[in-house]
Design a protein around this ligand. Structure first.
Ligand code: ADP
Ligand code: ZN
Length: 732
């Protein structure tokens, strides 16, 4: 006879990586022992085997006994530390996202299944091996062997061999192993160790004040905004504070926007610290990530350095959290679990009772508002180090001067002068490809993506039309498909600028840095290295160049077009443009020689650009904050954005209308009408969105929880993909 009674005896409440915001009950493993909170278990789920995390135990389950399935303990599965588990629970609650999926993001894939990482493969030169044994033309083999010999018996891993010999290193190494010139070796540590240590420069008085404030706050929660102009020595301040943290036997969690864009940073930190950092970012192999994760978890890494997901790094003895370039958009995850790593870093610091410092030259308006209300303490670094001064900024009115291929005469002249002085120029254009439009002058035809509401970008080499929204590609038509006339590229991207510069300055050594030219591993590093070593005269690139690079030889920065975004539909568009342009401008004149910045614009009277000329980010911010306050927009109001997309036209919008209808009219919360997304069709799907606005966080979150429970039950959810974005950073 079937029992319909509730099951008796303890059950496990398990977070399962499925898109449902609740826990699931399971019987404990057969041996009768109750896996503790944080333990990893394997569980049957809808015919599949998944791995989940035990969140707690219950005396009985609402599920009938005969339907309860049994969990198995994952052998070797790392148990999540309580602090991290509770923090993840908090984050899942705040973002109204399933805890099981949040936890999935927290633990590296191999560890989830209980596989322990193998030590990193490494090699060393065989005894007696010497360069003389290799032919001069075996270039790659020579490069690998030279690196191994240089290491004098210390093993070297894939990373450093790839750096030395380029993409052919594997084959070269195989040849050396074959010839008996190299041999496999055990890497000395689970994380790579630095080659040498250095002491830092003497801090200037402003840096000292900032460091003292951070050090004085250790041991308790406190949040700081380190507001220092570009090149003012912010990194130096973090490093000094981190040294003290280490002396106290604690760890510093150091979050940066994109590690691949600032490879020097890791090196700088490691040589200064004399220890290896546990580095966590998405470009790592599973094994490398697992090793770094374990080094953070067991406390052996004094420094944990990573991109946004590292805010969930396990920390045995947390002492300080640093968020460098806190204004940077990459701290916000834009799909799946849409969290903001800067905001979570503040929450985590407060839960751990440790200080957090947000550093930037162009603070987000959110952080400035937090300074205003006394939540963050502001530390200011008003001057550049090494006596460098901020560059002079001039606006070039594109309506009043001759312009060819996007380059105005004043900028062209300035580039020429810079080259004559033997200095470097950096040109910023946030658009890759040759031209954003391929058009017919006779009939007005322009090439469009058939899956998106967007034009196709013309790329010359290789000759393709590409959609920058869905990744779609097409061959370029030879002539206008409408009228047969000739097609013309209109406007310019980095590829066109690069080509034009090459003909205008035939002697100059030009490098282009954008997603197209840096796809292959190691090319970006090589290009940046070439700039540092003065082997590049003109550097052309997209926003990849705006991020934290320290190029002492660059004295001229040209912003090809500051107008993209000045009039954007997103209320944050102006803030983003200002931050980006200020950051790029900040690459000029960081060394001994003064720098200059030319900003090309069709709107030189725009108040933002006028502020830019005075390096007046602060003036801009004050004005922008006033505007936001008047409109009740963040940081003076709180938003949540529900997005939906559907294959059939109209379904997404219909779903959101139904969703809006089941919103119980909340007080203090405004649910706006659903609207099509600014670019309605993307990758063949129709997109719509619905904005929820509130003056205070509390009522907003109370509303969201109840609302989502109702929305989840709508039958229309089957025909759409939908998501909720709490504190959205982009409004589409
Ligand atoms: P930021 O992070 O503000 O852009 P960095 O910390 O990278 O600035 O410093 C810029 C450069 O100045 C680096 O090369 C750094 O080594 C150097 N530097 C920093 N502080 C000092 C100092 N007090 N004296 C001399 N050089 C310094
Ligand atoms: Zn497309």
């Amino acid at each position: 006879m079937r029992s319909h009674s509730r099951s008796a005896g303890p059950v496990l409440c398990v977070a399962v990586p499925v898109p449902v915001r609740r826990l699931f009950d399971y019987l404990p493993p057969e041996d009768g022992r109750l896996p503790p909170r944080g333990a990893r278990v394997r569980i049957p789920f809808g015919g599949r085997q998944l791995s989940g995390v035990v969140l707690g135990h219950a005396a009985e389950s609402g599920v009938p006994a005969h339907r309860l399935k049994r969990a198995r303990l994952v052998p070797n599965g790392p148990r999540l530390p309580e602090e991290l588990l509770a923090f993840a629970e908090w984050a899942a609650g705040y973002y109204h996202f399933p805890l099981g999926e949040v936890l999935q993001a927290v633990v590296p894939a191999p560890l989830r299944g209980g596989r322990l990482p193998r030590p990193e493969p490494a090699w060393r030169a065989a005894r007696g091996a010497e360069m003389g044994s290799l032919a001069a033309r075996a270039v790659a083999q020579r490069a690998v062997l030279a690196t191994l010999l240089e290491a004098a018996g210390d093993p070297r891993g894939a990373e450093s061999l790839a750096q030395a010999a380029g993409p052919g290193w594997r084959r070269a190494l195989a040849a050396l192993l074959e010839k008996g010139l190299a041999e496999p070796a055990q890497a000395p540590e689970s994380i790579s160790a630095p080659a040498s240590t250095q002491t830092g420069p003497e801090l200037n008085p402003a840096q000292e004040l900032a460091r003292d404030a951070l050090v004085g706050a250790l041991g308790g929660y406190r949040s700081f905004l380190l507001d220092g102009i570009t090149g003012s020595g912010k990194t130096e301040v973090y490093l000094r504070a981190a040294e003290v943290v280490r002396e106290r036997g604690q760890q510093t969690l150091f979050l940066v926007p994109e590690i691949s864009l600032t490879p020097q940073l890791v090196e700088r930190i490691e040589t200064r610290f004399g220890v290896a950092a546990a580095v966590l970012h998405s470009g790592l192999s599973d094994g490398a990530r697992a090793r770094a994760w374990l080094a953070a978890a067991d406390g052996s890494a004094a420094l944990v350095l990573g991109t946004r997901s590292a805010v969930f790094a396990p920390l045995r003895n947390p002492g300080l959290i640093v968020v460098d370039e806190e204004h940077d958009g990459s701290f916000k995850q834009q799909d799946g679990f849409r969290y903001h790593a800067r905001d979570l870093a503040i929450v985590r610091a407060s839960r751990c009772g440790i200080p957090v410092v947000l550093g930037t030259a162009t603070p987000s308006l959110e952080s400035l508002a937090n300074v205003e209300v006394g939540r963050h303490q502001r530390l200011v670094l008003p001057e550049r180090t090494r006596g460098a001064t901020l560059p002079r900024v001039d606006l070039v009115d594109l309506r009043k001067v001759p312009v060819r291929e996007g380059l105005s005469r004043p900028l062209r002249v300035a580039i020429g002068e810079t080259l004559e002085r033997g200095e470097q120029a950096l040109l910023f254009l946030n658009r890759r490809g040759f031209a954003p439009v391929l058009t017919c002058y006779s009939c007005g035809f322009s090439a469009r993506c058939h899956r998106c509401d967007a034009r196709l970008t013309w790329h010359q080499r290789p000759a393709r039309l590409r959609c920058h929204h869905c990744g779609g590609e097409a061959a370029a038509p030879r002539a206008c498909p409408e009228c047969g006339d000739e097609l013309h590229p209109l406007g310019e991207g980095t590829e066109r600028l690069d080509a034009h510069l090459a003909s205008a300055f035939p002697e100059a050594r030009i490098e282009r840095v954008d997603r197209d030219t840096t796809r292959r591993r190691g090319t970006l590093e090589a290009k940046l290295q070439a700039v540092h070593e003065g082997r590049v005269d003109i550097l052309v690139g997209t926003q990849m160049l705006s991020k934290g690079h320290d190029f002492p030889g660059v004295t001229l920065v040209g912003v090809i077009n500051a107008d993209q975004g000045l009039f954007g539909s997103d209320f944050r568009a102006g803030e983003y443009v200002m931050q980006q342009v200020m950051q790029v401008a900040g690459r000029a004149g960081r060394g001994q020689r003064a720098g200059r910045v030319l900003v090309q614009t069709g709107f030189p009277d725009h108040p933002y650009l006028r502020a830019l000329r005075q390096h007046g980010y602060r003036d801009f911010a004050v004005a922008a904050l006033k505007e936001r306050e008047a409109l009740g927009l963040p940081p003076y109001g709180y938003l949540a954005l529900m997005r939906a997309e559907s294959v059939a036209a109209g379904e997404a919008l219909k779903f959101l209308e139904r969703a809006r209808a089941c919103a119980a009219s909340p007080s203090g919360v405004q649910v706006l009408d659903p609207v099509p997304a600014p670019m309605e069709r993307r990758a063949g799907r129709y997109r719509a969105q619905l904005l929820v606005q509130a003056h205070r966080r509390g009522p907003l979150h109370a509303f969201l929880g109840a609302w989502l429970d109702a929305v989840q039950e709508l039958p229309e959810t089957r025909r759409v993909r939908w998501s909720l974005d709490v504190d959205p950073m982009e409004m589409y």
